[in-house]
Design a protein around this ligand. Structure first.
Ligand code: PLP
Length: 411
C-alpha cells in the first residue's frame, strides 16, 4: 500500500516525525476548523477509510462464499479484516471476533464465561474501568451467585497498583476484568504484571483495550490478555467492536447460535451477517495507521514505527496542554506515571459543563462528563458529572492546544 507519508521532518535528534500537514489533510472533518479534543469518544475518519467503506458497497457484494464475484468480495473483505486485526494486535486472525461494539461483545462473553462459574466463585473488577468492562461482569456474577471483588486505584496518583488486584485474588477467582488504559484519566496499569498474578491464580484476564489501542501498539501476548476488546472507531476506523482471543480458548465456548449457522471459530460468535463495509474500513484504518510508519517492511513493523512517532508527537502536545492548564490554575486528575494523552481537568468554581459549552462556542470540542467511566469519576470525588476531558489525537496540533488554552483564559 502506498503510504503518502513521504515528506517527514526530522527533529533535532534526527528522529523522523510525522508530517502533520499531510496527516491533517487526510481528514475531511478537520476542514470545519474545529479543534477536536473529543477523540477518546471516537476519532475523525481519514479519507482512505471513507473510500474503503464506499468501495466495499460500490462493488458487487453478497453473503460470503466462492460461487461468484459478489460472494468472493465479501469473503475477501472478512479475511483481510481478520488478518489486519491480527497484525494490529499480534494475534492469530482465527481468534478475531467482530461485533457491534466492545460493550456488546463484553456482554456476550460475560454471559458465556459465566456459564462456567458456580455460586461462590469470584470475579474482580476495577474502579478504573469504563462501565462496559464492569457492569456486564456484575450482572453475570449476580446471575450465577458469584462474588464480586473491587480493585481501587489511588485517586491521589491515578495509579492502579498490581498488588491491589493481586490482593483480591483467591483460589475461587475465575476472571479479572481490567482496562489497559482509562478513558477518563489515561492511566495505563501494568497489565503484564497483573496478568502474571491472574494466571498464577488460574483465573482468566479480560482486557478492555478500547482506549489503549488508540495510543499504544497492541500486543495481546505481551499484555497477557486472555480476551482483549477494542473498537476501530477509536483509531480512525468505523463503528464496530473487535474481540481477540486464542482460537483454542474460543473453541471451549459454545454461544447460542442459529441451527444453520456455522459452528466454526470465530464465526460462531458473530451472530448474523457481518458488516462487510465496516470490516473493509477497519482494514483501511489499520493500513492507514501503518502508513504513518513508512512504506518499508511488514504491516506490524510499520505499526510499531507509527505508534512510536505518534506517541512522541502526542506526548509533546500533552506537555504543552498540561503546562498551560496548570498556569491557568486548573485541577488535573490525569496523574499516573504511565498514561495516554487524555487529560481530565476542571477549573475552580466553574461547572464542567459550562466550561465545555464555552469551549464549544470557541470551536474547541472538549466535552465534560464521566464518559461512562462512572466508577472512576465517583472514586475521584467527581460524582456522576465528571470533569472536562481533553484528549490529544494523532491529528491534534500545537495550534489546537493554543486555542483551547486561549479560550479557557477568556472564561
Ligand atoms: C475504555 C472504553 N471501554 C469501552 C468503551 C465502549 O466501547 P464501545 O462503544 O465499542 O462499546 C469505551 C467507549 O468510549 C471506552 O472508552
Amino acid at each position: 500500500m502506498s503510504t503518502g507519508f513521504r515528506n517527514r521532518r526530522s527533529d533535532t535528534m534526527g528522529r523522523v516525525s510525522v508530517d502533520m500537514t499531510k496527516l491533517r489533510d487526510d481528514f475531511p472533518a478537520l476542514r470545519s476548523g474545529t479543534a477536536h479534543f473529543d477523540s477518546p469518544g471516537g476519532t475523525q475518519t481519514p479519507q482512505a477509510v471513507i473510500d474503503a467503506v464506499g468501495h466495499a458497497l460500490a462493488a458487487p457484494l453478497a453473503n460470503r462464499g466462492s460461487a461468484n464475484q459478489a460472494q468472493r468480495n465479501a469473503e475477501e473483505i472478512v479475511q483481510q479484516a481478520r488478518a489486519a486485526v491480527g497484525d494490529f494486535a499480534n494475534a492469530d486472525p482465527s481468534g478475531v471476533v467482530f461485533g457491534r461494539s466492545a460493550t456488546e461483545l463484553t456482554f456476550q462473553f460475560s454471559r458465556l464465561l459465566a456459564r462456567r462459574w458456580s455460586p461462590g466463585d469470584e470475579v474482580v473488577v476495577t474502579r478504573l474501568d469504563h462501565d462496559a468492562n464492569v457492569r456486564p461482569w456484575l450482572i453475570a456474577a449476580a446471575e450465577v451467585g458469584a462474588t464480586v471483588r473491587w480493585a481501587d486505584f489511588d485517586p491521589r496518583t491515578g495509579e492502579l497498583d498490581p498488588s491491589v488486584i493481586a490482593n483480591q485474588l483467591s483460589d475461587r477467582t475465575r476472571l479479572v476484568a481490567l482496562t489497559a488504559a482509562s478513558n477518563l484519566i489515561g492511566t495505563m496499569p501494568d497489565t503484564a504484571a497483573i496478568a502474571d498474578a491472574v494466571h498464577n491464580a488460574s483465573a482468566e484476564l479480560y482486557v478492555d483495550g478500547v482506549h489503549y489501542a488508540a495510543h499504544a501498539r497492541v500486543d495481546v501476548t505481551r499484555l497477557g490478555a486472555d480476551f482483549f476488546v477494542c473498537s476501530p472507531y477509536k483509531f480512525f476506523g468505523p463503528h464496530l467492536g473487535v474481540l481477540i482471543a486464542q482460537p483454542d480458548r474460543l473453541a471451549t465456548l459454545s454461544p447460542d447460535k442459529l441451527l444453520p449457522a456455522t459452528d466454526a471459530v470465530p464465526e460462531r460468535f458473530e451472530l448474523g451477517t457481518l458488516p462487510y463495509e465496516l470490516l473493509a474500513g477497519t482494514t483501511a484504518a489499520i493500513d492507514y495507521l501503518a502508513g504513518i510508519g513508512g512504506a518499508a517492511g511488514g504491516r506490524r513493523d510499520r505499526l510499531a514505527t507509527s505508534y512510536r512517532r505518534l506517541s512522541a508527537h502526542e506526548t509533546q502536545l500533552r506537555t504543552q496542554l498540561e503546562d498551560g492548564l496548570r498556569t491557568l490554575g486548573a485541577t488535573l486528575y490525569s496523574r499516573a506515571e504511565q498514561r495516554t494523552p487524555t487529560v481530565l481537568f476542571d477549573l475552580d468554581g466553574q461547572p464542567a459543563a459550562d466550561v465545555a459549552n464555552h469551549l464549544a462556542r470557541a470551536g474547541v470540542n472538549a466535552p465534560a462528563g464521566s464518559f461512562y467511566a462512572i466508577e472512576t469519576s465517583r472514586h475521584l470525588g467527581l460524582g456522576d458529572s465528571g470533569a472536562v476531558r481533553a484528549g490529544i489525537a494523532p491529528y491534534s496540533n500545537a495550534d489546537d492546544v493554543d486555542r483551547l488554552l486561549t479560550a479557557l483564559n477568556r472564561l
